[in-house]
Ligand binder design. Sequence first.
Ligand code: ADP
Length: 484
Amino acid sequence: MQILMAASEVYPYAKTGGLADVVGSLSQALNRLGVRVAVVLPYYKSIERSRFELKQTGLRISVPLGSHHETAEIWSHDLRGVSVFLVKCDRYFDRENLYGTPEGDYPDNAERFIFFSRAVLETARAVHLRPDLIHCHDWHTGLVPILLSTFYRADAHFESSATLFTIHNLGYQGIFWHYDWPLTGLPWSLFTDQGAEFFGKINCMKAGLVFSDLLNTVSPRYAREIQTPEFGFGLDGVLRARSGSLFGILNGIDVEEWDPSKDPHLPRTYGFSDLSGKGACKEGLQKELGLPVEGETPILSSITRLTAQKGLDLLLAVFDEIMALGTQFVLLGSGDKEYEDRFKKVAEKYPLQVHVRISYDNRLAHRIEAGSDVFIMPSRYEPCGLNQMMSLRYGTVPLVRATGGLDDSVRSFSPQSGKGNGFKFKPYEATALLTKTRQAVELYPKRPQWHRLMQNGMLGDYSWDVSAKKYLGIYRLAQKTRQG
Ligand code: ADP
C-alpha cells in the first residue's frame, strides 16, 4: 500500500506542536509495518538544508491559484525509508515562523494553504506517485479531498486514492473570508452549507470533514466529545452527521527519542529498575534553572503552548496556594502574550520556587521531563496530548484534567490497590486542580507508594506499534468505502 501524508508540519523538519510529532512518528511506524509512505510538507525557512542533506529533485510544479499560477521547487529527503517531499515556494514559506507571529496569523494564510493543498497533489503527480490513500492532517490540508474529487478525479495518478482526514485539534479550523474562495478555482456550487461554507466564510477543516472518505481524531474520548456542542466548535453537527465514518485512535510517542534510559540530553540516564538517575536529573535541573537544590521538594512542571486551551488560567488562579504547599514550579512555553506576562509575574513573585522559560526548546523539554516529579496538564480540552505520555515514560507523574486523550491515557492512582498512573480531576475548576495537587504533594514523601505510581507509568506502552496497525485498518476501510 502506498500512503501519501500531507501536513503543514512534520518532525524533525518543522514543529510547533503535537501534529508534527504524530506525522513524523506515524510515518516511521507504518514504514516498519511494510507500508510505503511519502510525506509532503512546505519547505520553511527554518528547515536547515545542511542538517538534513535535502536534495533538489530538479522538478518544478506549477500550481493554479485563481487567475494566476505559482511555481515551486520540489526538494526531497529520505527519512529512514520514508520519502519526504518539501514544497519550496519562498513567497509563502520563506518566513520567520510557520503560521504567524505572536501578534497574530499571517494575513495571507488562506492563500498559503490553498496553495499548499493543491501543491500536495501536484507534487504527487510530479514525482509519479500513485497513492492508494491520501492522509490529510488538520485544516491546512483540508482542501485536498475536495480538490481531489474535482480537478484530479480523472487523473490516473489518483485513480485509486481514498482519503482519510485526521483532526488533531478542532479549535483551529482555517476560517477565511469568502473573497479567497476563487483562489481554490472551485465552483461556487461547492461553497454551500453542505460543502466548505461556514457562516458565510470558507472553513478548510469543514471541507476536509465533508469530502474525505473517512475521518478520525487522535483519541477515542475526543472522537466522542467533538460530536457535542461543548467541544464541537460549531462543527459538532457536521461530525454527528458523519459519526459512522469517524474513529478515535490514540497517538503514540516516539519512544526512541523519548527514552530516559538513553536520552542524550540528560545529565544521567535512568530506567524502570534503577531510578537513581532521575534524582541526578532533578538536581541537574534545579542547578540549571537556578532553583534551590532540594531533593525532597516536589517539582511540578509544564511544557506547553501558552493558549487558553491548556487550562493555565486554572493553574494561575490557585498558584499562591500551590506555592504554599512548598513546591517548586517550572514552566517552558511560548504563545499568547497574556499568559507569557502572567507567568513572568509569578516567577518574579517566587524567585526561589519558580522558573519560567518563555521559549521553545526541545532539549530543555527533555531535561524538564526527566527532572520534575509531577507534570501538570489542566487542559480545557485536549485532543490527545503527548506530554502526559512522555511524562509517564520518564516517571514524572501526570496530573491532568479528565478530557480527550488525557482521560484515555491517565488512570487515577489508588494508594489502596496500587493501580493507576496519575492524578485526574473532572470539573473545569481551579479548586479541583488544587485538591489533586495537594493529594500529589501529600503522597510524594511516601516513597514506596510514589515509586509504585512512577513505575506504573514507566511500564506502559506508548509506542506507535498498536496505533499504526489501527491506522492501517482504517486505510483499508477507506479504500473499501471509496470502491464501494
Ligand atoms: P499541542 O499539539 O496541543 O501543542 P501536545 O501535547 O499534543 O500539544 O504536543 C506538544 C508537543 O510540543 C510535545 O512534544 C511538547 O513537548 C512540545 N512542546 C510544546 N511546547 C514546547 C516548548 N516550549 N518547548 C519544547 N517543546 C514544546
